[in-house]
Design a protein around this ligand. Structure first.
Ligand SMILES: [Zn+2]
Length: 469
């Protein structure tokens, strides 16, 4: 498959280090609050991508970290007068509940930062020993001027990093503005762990590389996350791990999801449009959210507005109606064997191939969606013409089931098998005989009898069709 790599700025052929095995890491949540709908976009998009990679035959190890120690957690816990650890546990539970509701099962391992302190300290020690880090009064900092390739992911320079607005550490004695904290010395009432430099806690960026080094080693295949993490977070990860290992690149493919806006506006608490996953799911099903996310390319910005939610709902209803109709064809006993009916001459098989080709091309789900609805429309035409055999219905259903393993927006509740009673079959055959002999009165009489028994006979180019009323 081809995939866009933020590191090269190009679409590249995906060729994992270990041939068939893919090690994939996505930045997990900082557990101090409920996850919002923007997070859901990223996590659902990666869930779909990982499901697709598995479908394509890759053995994927999907790893996610849980930031369970951080300034925001400490601050929020103080406001609530509870322990930071208890706050983190509470919101980790909420996060896990959200992912379950959204149908995300692709993550193989969730790794808490606080359970990898030993690995974090080891990374800081190695950075100090190699001269990439220095100690100041409030912690250990990474010296970005020592890492020659700083900025290769984000395109920022050591000087240019100054205009960064997001989560840059405010150290009082930093050598360079872009230097970031690896280990923060703790104040009296803050959570802390012992280290060679005194009691403290990890900086934000170091937990990711400590965790990925433990499970994947110094180099791995895919690192994902939302676009806003490219700088400084992902840039810092590269600086840390490549400095430690001397190996480059840390990650072969950097994959980033686009932003989510609400009615064209950035989501923020001050604008009053802040929507948590739970808020959204009060009024909509998880399937609607997944269809909405499927409808846009993972790299594109997406705008959540009423019309797009309505469209996702309508799309799902259309697919569910089709599934129901196909299941009925599949379970309804035919009067004649399928091979006597017309062959399947719709472009369905080619369209199916086209659907997969679109996904191969940088996981282009909006284009795949367009092909999916071409299939739906061509099948609907055949259904209307009563020209779809059981085998064909099964083939379409199998295709939908296959894609649903990746996208999870459909429901395949079984419909009961519909058997045509012998009596009705006999009446239908008698009616056919009447029609052949142009005995219209007799045919009408028999149709009435069939009707009264709760069945309906419809004449099609392939002979009579019997349906339960
Ligand atoms: Zn991260």
């Amino acid at each position: 498959m081809n995939i866009y790599n933020t590191l090269s700025g190009k679409i590249e052929t995906l060729s994992p280090i270990g041939k068939n095995k893919i090690n994939l890491f996505v930045c997990g949540p900082t557990v101090y609050d409920d996850s919002h709908i923007g997070h859901a976009r990223t996590y659902v998009a990666f869930d779909m991508l990982v499901n697709y990679l598995k479908h394509s035959g890759f053995d994927v190890f999907y790893l996610q970290n849980i930031t369970d120690i951080d300034d925001k957690i400490i601050k929020r816990a103080k406001e609530r007068n509870i322990k930071p650890k208890d706050l983190a546990i509470q919101f980790e539970k909420e996060y896990m509940a959200d992912t379950k509701t959204l149908g995300i099962e692709s993550v193989k391992k969730y790794a808490r930062a606080t359970e990898h302190i030993k690995e974090i300290i080891s990374q800081v020690e190695r950075l100090l020993a190699k001269g990439f880090a220095y100690q100041s009064t409030d912690g250990i900092y990474y010296d970005v001027s020592k890492f020659k390739k700083y900025g290769k992911l984000s395109g920022r320079t050591v000087e240019g990093a100054e205009d960064g607005t997001s989560r840059i550490d405010e150290g009082v004695e930093k050598k360079n503005k872009a230097d970031f904290c690896l280990w923060k010395f703790s104040k009296e009432d803050e959570p802390s762990w012992p280290s060679p430099w005194g009691k403290g806690r990890p900086g934000w960026h170091i937990e990711d590389t400590a965790i990925t080094e433990k499970y994947f080693g110094p180099q791995y295949d895919i690192h994902g996350g939302a676009r806003d993490l490219i700088f400084p977070h992902h840039e810092a990860e590269i600086s840390q791990m490549e400095a430690i290992s001397g190996k480059s690149p840390l990650v072969k493919y950097w994959v980033h999801t686009g932003f989510l806006t609400i009615n064209g506006q950035k989501m923020s608490k001050s604008l009053g449009n802040f929507t948590t996953i739970k808020d959204f799911l009060k009024e909509n099903s998880p399937q609607v959210l997944r269809m909405f996310i499927f409808s846009s390319h993972y790299r594109s910005p997406i705008d959540l507005k009423d019309s797009s939610i309505q469209e996702a709902k309508a799309n799902i209803e259309k697919l569910q109606d089709l599934i129901y109709a196909l299941q009925k064809v599949e379970v309804t006993e035919s009067l004649r064997p399928s091979k006597e009916l017309g062959g399947f001459d719709s472009p369905f098989r080619q369209l199916q191939e086209k659907f997969w080709q679109e996904l191969e091309d940088d996981f282009n789900t909006p284009k795949a969606k367009a092909v999916l609805f071409e299939i739906v429309n061509s099948v609907e035409v055949k259904l209307q013409q009563q020209n779809l055999t059981k085998e064909e219905a099964k083939e379409v259903l199998d295709f939908l089931k296959q894609i649903n393993k990746i996208f999870l927006f459909l429901d395949f509740k079984k419909v009961k098998e519909i058997k045509i009673p012998d009596e009705i079959k006999k009446l239908t055959e008698q009616r056919e005989a009447c029609r052949k002999n142009k005995d219209w009165q007799g045919a009408d009489k028999l149709r009435k009898q069939i009707d009264e028994a709760g069945w309906q006979v419809e004449d099609s180019s392939n002979g009579p069709k019997i349906k339960k009323i």
